[in-house]
Design a protein around this ligand. Structure first.
Ligand code: MG
Length: 390
């Protein structure tokens, strides 16, 4: 029997492919609700509050962090899931966990850690998110990690190269790596989290970008996704044109942008579901991606992404902090490689148990990846005597 109200193509917790270590069901919660709760109570989740999204954590109190970003992604995901009769609890669990593997300092930190790990298999944040929930959290007596359901883990591993997928396959045949080798899709819930992530950061990066002074409302008028909604807002509330109402105008425009994208995804996905008629999640896997924008909205969203890339993520002021962030990560990696005893005892122990140079490097990468921005800055200062950020 499918959970009440769920569409036949939704993930049903009663038909979950289960956990790697079998557990008794919880008396009051479905397996996906339990996954969500485990994620919220994890150490990695609490660290997200001090991790950079775009602006470094110390640059202002009101900018998005990985935590507030993840909550916004979950909010959008749940709203859309409800309209499409997908499993809201699974969507929430995946959305809240989707960035757990991010390093300190956003993409700058990840790029640098990847460079440090070049000879040891590299570093990739989606794989790292899976490592966090599969291994690095240590809070249960029976197993490492959070022992989440297959469907939650599948959603967390959003991207994976064929090389990494083959490694995952050795450890877990037919598991979360398999679809990257079979070229199949994940559940609709997982597809929805990817799109919710995109909708969330496109919107909140405009907000943070304008509030930081790096983007202007004038620049954004070249972006149709933004400008159409700004014009609508002004037509309905002409008083928003006043100089003192710039923030309200910005928020009203972003609110309309979010709504337009959410409704577009719901309509376009409903159409795709009608065209492809999946009767079960197993059929979803061999179909094209069904949770989608209309082609017009897709183009508009891509145009906004390109704009943000050129004018915000590559803004000289952002790039300057990026260089310092990379230096912190690079020098931390070198310092722990030379003096592993400078790491926390649990990592030092893993380091001592490691058999190869690559395994030892992975321990160092895990330690650095888990750090908050400010802890990384403090550790860097402790080990090098130099204060680089904040
Ligand atoms: Mg994200």
């Amino acid at each position: 029997m499918h959970e009440a109200g769920l569409a036949p193509y939704a993930c049903d917790p009663q038909q979950s492919r289960g956990r790697r270590y079998p557990e008794e069901p919880a008396p009051t919660r479905t397996p996906y609700q339990r996954d969500r709760d485990r994620i919220v109570h994890s150490t990695a989740f609490r660290r997200l509050v001090y991790k950079t999204q775009v602006f470094l954590n110390h640059e202002g109190d009101l900018f998005r962090t990985r935590l507030t970003h993840s909550i916004e992604v979950a909010q959008l995901g749940r709203s859309i899931a409800r309209s499409l009769r997908l499993n809201e609890d699974l969507v929430e669990a995946i959305c809240l966990a989707h960035d757990l593997g991010h390093t300190p300092f956003g993409h700058a930190g990840q790029d640098q850690l990847h460079a440090c790990m070049a000879e040891h298999g590299g570093f990739e944040h989606n794989l790292q998110s899976l490592r966090v929930v599969d291994r690095l959290e240590r809070r249960y007596p029976q197993f490492d990690g959070l022992n989440l359901c297959f469907e939650t883990r599948e959603g967390i591993l959003k991207h994976c190269s064929a090389t990494h997928a083959r490694v995952l396959e050795v450890d877990e045949p037919g598991g979360v790596g398999a679809r990257f080798l079979l070229r199949q899709q994940p559940s609709l819930e997982a597809q929805l989290c990817n799109l919710s992530d995109e909708i969330a950061y496109n919107a909140h990066d405009i907000d943070d970008g304008v509030r930081s002074g790096l983007l202007t409302l004038e620049q954004l008028q070249a972006i149709p996704l933004f400008e159409t909604r700004r014009q609508q807002a002004l037509a309905e509330y002409p008083a928003l044109a006043a100089a003192g109402s710039q923030h309200r105008l910005l928020y009203e425009t972003i609110r309309r942008m979010l709504s337009a994208q959410v409704y577009d995804v719901i309509d376009a996905t409903r159409q795709a579901l009608q065209d492809h008629c999946p009767g079960h999640v197993s059929e979803v896997r061999t179909m094209p991606v069904l949770v989608r924008f209309s082609s017009e909205m897709h183009d508009q969203s891509q145009a906004l992404k390109r704009f943000l890339f050129a004018h915000l993520y590559r803004h000289p002021q952002v790039v300057q902090t990026t260089d310092s962030a990379r230096q912190v990560v690079r020098e931390l990696f070198a310092a722990y490689t030379q003096q592993p005893q400078a790491m926390k005892p649990v990592f030092l122990q893993r380091w001592a148990e490691a058999n190869t140079a690559s395994e030892r490097a992975r321990v160092v990468a895990d330690f650095i990846a888990g750090m908050t921005d400010r802890f990384a800055v403090k550790e860097h200062e402790r080990l090098t005597g130099q204060r680089l950020l904040g």
